[in-house]
Design a protein around this ligand. Structure first.
Ligand code: COI
Length: 358
């Protein structure tokens, strides 16, 4: 068994929320994992501390210049066991994001061990209702005080935990309405689109909020060069079922390499579907729809899981997908994906990682 990480107990534990009313990311558990970096010591002082406000200089570099990256993964309860889903993929990706923002990489194995010890302490917070899980948010931000523009010499890593229900609220398979954004772009080649950096989400908010006020759930981003090729949705990668084949935009440097995206591609192949990662033009999709060949559309993401798309609107042309119903391939992928996560199905790929009782 690994060494126990330093643990600072809080005086009073919080009251746990009523599980029937859980939404996404609003309630946080008793403890968080904390890790610090300085140029002299490297990463040091890994510890589990009470969840609560942190001290930060008003001149901290993350606030001014945006050196801030994050991840999202989930823990599930199977009877008496708590399991994580492909956590090593998230720690691999956080290092890729850190390196893009010239931030120091972390020891992936050490972080995974720290997360397991944190979750072990918080296992009673993992909800067990249909579609519920403990959402895990690791993040790193620059804490050095100063206004010069250069990579910070100090950083903080935190992992906070939030018992959560469905991301869009209500039924996780409610078909969503998506606006195809034709004015703003999210990312360009050579930029930071492929990294999970906080600024990508800030850059998406104006378009997202315009779309929300017109009754859409999210926006679908087109490429930043020609505004012609489909990239991803606000908090999800996007998939299409065309002539029975599962198609998703290929990773091109401006699309986030989603872990759910990767899992769904692997799962679809296992289930016998043909899959295709390629450039997909929005005009081509509309043409397929006209010809009756665009059968299903769905998004994938840790928070959003597998989420059917019922409507797409591009400029003033709206198309309705599969009569605004969850399609059979979306449903099958959803059942298999959530079945493996929740322990109802076997895990032939070895994606589940059990949290030990320390
Ligand atoms: C996730 O799916 O974990 C994400 O990071 C999306 C998030 C911005 C809600």
């Amino acid at each position: 068994m690994s060494d126990k990480i330093q643990f600072q107990q809080r005086e009073q534990l919080k009251e746990k929320p009523d599980q029937s009313s859980l939404t996404f990311g609003k309630v946080f558990t008793d403890y968080m994992l904390s890790f610090e970096y300085s140029i002299d010591k490297g990463w040091h002082d890994l510890k589990i501390i009470p969840y609560g406000p942190i001290e930060l200089s008003p001149a901290a570099q993350c606030i001014h210049y945006g050196q801030s990256v994050f991840e999202g993964l989930k823990a599930y309860k199977h009877d008496d066991e708590v399991v994580l889903f492909r956590p090593e993929e998230n720690f691999k990706r956080i290092n890729m994001s850190l390196s893009r923002l010239k931030m120091p990489e972390v020891d992936e194995a050490l972080l995974l061990e720290g997360l397991k010890q944190l979750i072990d302490i918080e296992r009673d917070w993992v909800p067990q209702g249909e579609g519920q899980s403990l959402y895990i948010r690791p993040y790193v931000f620059a804490t050095q005080e100063g206004l010069g523009v250069h990579p910070s010499h100090e950083y903080r890593l935190l992992i906070i935990l939030s018992p959560s229900g469905s991301y869009y609220g209500g039924d996780s398979l409610r078909p969503t309405k998506i606006y195809v954004e034709d004015e703003y772009v999210r990312a360009v080649r050579g930029g930071v689109g492929y990294a999970k950096v906080a600024g990508n989400y800030a850059a998406s908010l104006l378009a997202q909020s315009n779309a929300n006020s017109e009754g859409f759930d999210q926006v679908l981003w087109l490429d930043g060069v020609e505004q012609k090729y489909v990239e991803e949705v606000g908090s999800m990668n996007i998939f299409f079922v065309i002539d029975g084949k599962v198609v998703t935009p290929e990773l091109n440097g401006s699309i986030l390499p989603g872990i759910t995206r990767k899992t769904v591609l692997e799962l679809a192949k296992t289930l016998g579907y043909e899959v295709d990662e390629r450039r997909v033009a929005i005009d081509e999709l509309y043409q397929y729809h006209k010809e009756g060949r665009l059968q299903e559309v769905f998004g994938t993401g840790t928070a959003a899981v597998i989420s059917p798309v019922g409507e797409l609107q591009f400029k003033d042309e709206k198309i309705v997908i599969n009569d605004n119903q969850t399609g059979p391939i979306t449903q099958k992928l959803y059942d298999n994906y959530t079945g493996i996560q929740s322990g109802k199905l076997e895990d032939p790929h070895g994606w589940r990682v059990v949290v030990p009782k320390y």
